[in-house]
Design a protein around this ligand. Structure first.
Ligand SMILES: [Zn+2]
Length: 420
């Protein structure tokens, strides 16, 4: 760490993490994250509220289905309505009427992934138009370019050109005012060369130092605000030595926690999270950025992730897909027309205790918006309950029994395995 980067800030004590139980033979653990807007019992699923709303669901319903925290995207809120609007409103939580803990990502992921037209993990470095380190989705215009100081990008809304640097990201995230923020990092892909990964990792390390310096400066100058925790983001793609180096580099900096991000293949998810959990300090929380399926949840927890976010429950709900203990199904099928049972038998959510598959099938066919709301509530509850059960099972030492039962039921004999 450079000598001019501060080693700590006196207000960091306003944020905290305590480890609870550990599961023998694994890196799984329970814990509590303390924020100015309440505590998060971990492992915890963080509901995604990209544009300061969990899509189609009121904050009261979000609390009711058991989410402990909401994660919004700095990139989207910077472009619309503008982070100054959230600052004037008194911060993200007050703006969206969510009283609990909040997260924002740094904006880097959206800047770079939307910028290249790929959904995930692609780097935007402008080298040669067709070089292996210059990946753009077929038919897409390059909308973002990375340099050592930051990223130029075009708004996906209107094509306006904007610049994100570590300092801009910190200012935007301070204005948004979430309890947990992430340092600005460069997103790479599995397609990048080893040499490029090394170069990018060094850029992300230097950006992390600049984020810390700017975060502490803003904490001092924006008086009267609650302390916001800052997490460093671990990159390094699929390379063990790079991931471990990134962890050691960032662990030496005064971050309040860490995000594990970037290029992750599903098959490597547990291995990579495990490398990071080995290297990162035990007394800081670890967030896994963006997972998708129930098996990922068990893998992440088992390998030491404390929190994770996932857009799938609401995203698939808008395509009328719903989760059950027997897998994911799609309510558009005619077989649901006269099915007067709940989405999932025995589910305690608002949707399942009040509505039938036949009714929601009808809403979906009639293109009524309430179908999005009702399926989203059920799907979010499904994932929250799964993580709650996993947390309890770490404490009672029954995690592997739970995993075997849940995944056995979920992936066995599903006649509609796509469900979307
Ligand atoms: Zn339900």
């Amino acid at each position: 760490m450079s000598a001019d980067v501060p080693s700590s800030h006196p207000r960091q004590g306003e944020f905290g993490f305590t480890v609870g139980a550990r599961l023998d033979g694994t890196r799984a653990r329970t814990g509590v994250i303390r924020t100015p807007h309440g505590e998060i019992a971990t492992p915890a699923f963080i509901a995604v509220g990209t544009k300061a709303t969990v899509k189609a669901v009121t904050p009261e319903a979000v609390a009711d289905f058991g989410a402990q925290a909401v994660l919004a995207n700095a990139y989207h809120l910077y472009l619309q309505p503008g982070s100054d609007v959230l600052d004037a409103a008194g911060g993200l939580g007050r703006f969206m009427n969510w009283p609990g803990p909040t997260f924002t990502d740094s904006g880097g992921f959206q800047v770079m992934s939307l910028g290249s037209g790929f959904k995930k993990v692609i780097d935007m470095k402008a080298t040669t138009p067709s070089g292996s380190d210059d990946a753009v989705a077929p038919g897409k215009e390059r909308l973002a370019n990375v340099d050592d100081d930051g990223v130029w990008f075009k708004s996906h809304l209107n094509g306006d050109v904007h610049r994100f640097t570590p300092e801009v990201s910190m200012n935007v995230q301070h204005e948004i005012g979430a309890d947990i923020m992430f340092a600005f990092d460069e997103l790479t892909t599995l397609h990048n060369s080893r040499a490029y990964q090394e170069e990018s990792l060094e850029r992300t390390r230097l950006w992390a130092e600049r984020c810390i310096t700017e975060h502490f400066r803003l904490t001092d100058t924006r008086v009267g605000k609650e302390y916001q925790g800052l997490f460093g983001v671990i990159q390094g793609a699929q390379y063990e030595d790079l991931r471990r180096k990134a962890c050691r580099d960032l662990a030496a900096m005064p971050f309040d926690g860490f995000g594990i991000g970037g290029a992750l293949e599903k098959e490597n998810l547990g291995t990579i999270v495990g490398w990071c959990a080995d290297e990162l300090p035990e007394d800081k929380p670890r967030h896994l950025l963006g997972i998708s399926e129930p098996d990922d949840i068990f893998t992440a927890i088992e390998n030491g992730a404390d929190t994770f976010d996932c857009v799938s429950p609401t995203r698939v709900a808008r395509n009328s897909a719903f989760y059950t203990q027997h897998g994911r199904f799609n309510l558009s099928g005619q077989r649901y027309k006269l099915d007067f049972t709940p989405l999932q038998a025995g589910c305690d959510c608002y949707t399942c205790t009040h509505y039938t598959r036949a009714y929601i099938h009808h809403l979906h066919k009639a293109k009524e918006l309430l179908s999005h709301t009702l399926i989203s509530i059920h799907n979010e509850r499904f994932v929250v309950r799964l993580v709650d059960e996993a947390r309890a099972a770490i404490e009672t030492g029954t995690f592997f029994e739970l995993k075997e039962r849940v995944l056995g039921e979920y992936y066995a004999g599903n006649p509609d395995p796509q469900g979307a």
